[in-house]
Design a binder for this molecule. Structure first.
Ligand SMILES: Nc1nc(=O)c2c([nH]1)NC[C@@H]1CN(c3ccc(C(=O)N[C@@H](CCC(=O)O)C(=O)O)cc3)C=[N+]21
Ligand SMILES: [Mg+2]
Length: 297
């Protein structure tokens, strides 16, 4: 079997078109653009890839982008003060603090400061709780994008065996909740899982984001599997390359000849993540402006 390559860029482009319309309508109704604030502390490589794609996409969608780049040794109280300032700023509808934070910072304490109504990553205790309880919530962009891709491809996911590889607050945990809500049988695998190939063997759906290049081998996957690769790993540069290539967590070249469908890296899940971030920002902007939910997103 040769897999369908899922075109994350095309999926994202369709979503961005709808978002652009909502953003324009928001500006008509309120007299200002919806705004997204991004805070990057230090130099995490995956975060740098994200920030680069994000600023451009935000402006292209008719929204405003506010970027804060802070040194890795920024003190806790300064970062908290910035988050509080953004919480209070009416021009800011969404706040994204890039994770992981440098080790000298208390990540949980920073996250708890974010206004849940501006929490476009869905990582505050309020939004995480609301997701688990099946209430309306802002939900982390990568897992929400993966769910949108799966539903677009398959329609009903009921009864499917899904394996989520990774258990982070941004990816694995919300991903598992979203798949549960779609009536999948969900298994969560992670760095202490004993026999990952065996766990993966029965998966109809594999969703991975752990940050280990090529961790998942082609022959670990069953031939009918649908594979969404959320890994963003920069390899060391090959001779003649200035920067290393960005690759996923799945050995794509092996898997592509084997499974039913797979997302490439780049151009798959990551491309969708950005569009979902804009989606969450416009949803937050509408709700906070008292305009209700924008339709069709
Ligand atoms: N609080 C927080 N929320 C996040 O969602 C978050 C984070 N922290 N920290 C870093 C990771 C990484 N991440 C990416 C999302 C999209 C691309 C992306 O745009 N990828 C494109 C372009 C890649 C390229 O430029 O080559 C693609 O895969 O096609 C990359 C990386 C979000 N993260
Ligand atoms: Mg893990």
């Amino acid at each position: 079997m040769t897999a369908v390559q899922i075109d994350g860029k095309a999926f994202a482009a369709k979503l961005r078109e709808k978002i652009g319309e909502k953003a324009a309508a928001f500006t008509d109704k309120t007299g200002r653009k919806a705004g997204l604030a991004v805070v990057l502390v230090g130099e995490d490589p995956a975060s740098q890839v994200y920030v680069r794609s994000k600023g451009k996409a935000t402006v292209a969608a008719g929204m405003e982008s506010f970027e804060y780049r802070l040194p890795a040794d920024t003190p806790q109280d300064e970062l908290v003060a910035l988050v509080r300032k953004l919480n209070a700023d009416d021009a800011v509808d969404g706040i994204l603090v890039q994770l992981p934070l440098p080790k000298n910072l208390d990540e949980k304490a920073v996250i708890a400061e974010i206004d849940p109504d501006k929490d476009v990553d869905g990582i505050t205790p309020t939004n995480a709780g609301r997701l688990v309880l099946g209430m309306d919530a802002l939900v982390s962009c990568t897992p929400l994008g993966c769910t949108m891709i799966l539903k677009d491809m398959l329609g009903d996911l009921s009864g499917m065996d899904a394996v989520v590889v990774g258990r982070s607050i941004l990816f694995g945990k919300p991903m598992a909740q979203l798949l549960l809500a779609e009536n999948c049988t969900v298994t969560m695998a992670h760095s202490r899982t004993r026999n990952l190939p065996e766990v993966l063997r029965r998966a109809d759906i594999v969703v991975a984001a752990v940050g280990v290049p090529f961790l998942i081998k082609g022959d670990w996957l069953k031939s009918g599997a649908i594979v969404l690769d959320g890994g963003i790993n920069r390899l060391d540069p090959e001779p003649g390359e200035e920067k290393g290539r960005i690759v996923g967590d799945v050995a794509f070249d092996e898997a592509v000849g084997h499974v039913r469908a797979i997302t490439p890296v780049p151009g798959g899940v990551g491309a969708t993540t950005i569009a979902v971030l804009l989606r969450n920002t416009i949803v937050a902007a509408y709700r906070n402006a008292g305009l209700g939910d924008p339709e069709g997103l």
